[in-house]
Design a protein around this ligand. Structure first.
Ligand code: ZN
Length: 278
């Protein structure tokens, strides 16, 4: 009688070790099946947010050009003024990385800030921020993660007015710049900024850009300096290992074009999208 009660209690009150192990291993198998899918879903959500950010940059472009007779300002100082950039770099102990002011909570005071207003938060793509923290662990939030098209610039004699753009749906206004450190054929480092600097100029100098355009063949690979990044549609592991080796990883960037459309592009699209070649 008492023995029977004991068995009943055992069955209702707990599991045997074997049962527990079976349950744990089933959970482990389920996790291994679900985790990559969850990670993909998270990356997808970040990509959608990034595109929404760029959509609001497209609006900034419309508002700004409406106020300034279709002209766009110097791209380097779109988010922070030179003074604030220099102050941020001084606080960080030097080094060319204009997104540093964000880490020291310096106030964004660049040309587009009055137009961004409540959308100042949209300066940050969280995928880029992850990469930034991977590169420089323990540092604060970058000041921005998008770069503007250096060629669309009233101060430079290239495309001084937005109305002069031949192919608005194939010319970018703002996009994500590469993180990859570029070397020339002899292995010497050619690009100064490891991270983006708010200005995507396709090359490290204006004269080099022009030279490249003159002999431009859209099917040639670009020299990997100031080009679109590859933060989306690639696994973080792939992005990080490519970053460490200064290689490409096959991902895509988001960009907003002069017509306001947000598109996915690759480093190979950079020059085409910079100067509006179809
Ligand atoms: Zn992004």
């Amino acid at each position: 009688m008492s023995r029977q009660r004991g068995i009943t209690r055992h069955k209702l009150g707990g599991f045997t070790l074997i049962e527990l192990l079976v349950v744990i291993s089933i959970i482990a198998v389920l996790m291994s099946i679900l985790m990559p899918a969850l990670q993909r879903a998270r990356m997808q959500a970040k990509n959608v947010q990034c595109k929404a950010n760029l959509k609001s940059y497209g609006l900034v472009m419309q508002l700004y050009t409406a106020d300034f007779e279709d002209r766009l300002p110097e791209s380097f100082t779109a988010i922070y003024s030179w003074e604030t950039i220099r102050e941020g770099m001084r606080l960080a102990g030097g080094g060319w990385n204009p997104s540093i002011p964000g880490e020291y909570n310096l106030r964004p005071d660049g040309t587009y800030i009055p137009y961004l207003q409540a959308n100042v938060k949209s300066n940050i793509c969280s995928v880029f921020q992850d990469v930034y923290h991977r590169k420089w662990a323990g540092r604060g939030k970058p000041g921005f993660t998008y770069s503007f098209n250096w060629w669309l610039n009233a101060d430079k004699p290239i495309i001084p007015k937005i109305t002069m753009v031949k192919h608005p749906s194939r010319t970018f206004f703002a996009g994500e710049e590469c993180v990859w450190q570029a070397n020339d054929a002899s292995g010497k480092r050619v690009n100064g900024a490891i991270f983006n600097d708010n200005s995507l100029c396709t090359f490290w100098s204006a004269s080099a850009s022009l030279q490249w355009v003159q002999g431009f063949n859209p099917d040639d690979p670009p020299p990997y300096t100031d080009v679109f990044g590859e933060y989306h549609r690639a696994s973080t592991r792939k992005i990080y290992s490519a970053m460490d080796r200064g290689e490409l990883c096959g991902g895509v960037s988001n960009t907003v074009c002069v017509d306001g459309s947000v598109q996915e592009v690759t480093p190979f699209d950079t020059l085409r999208y910079a100067i509006g070649i179809k």
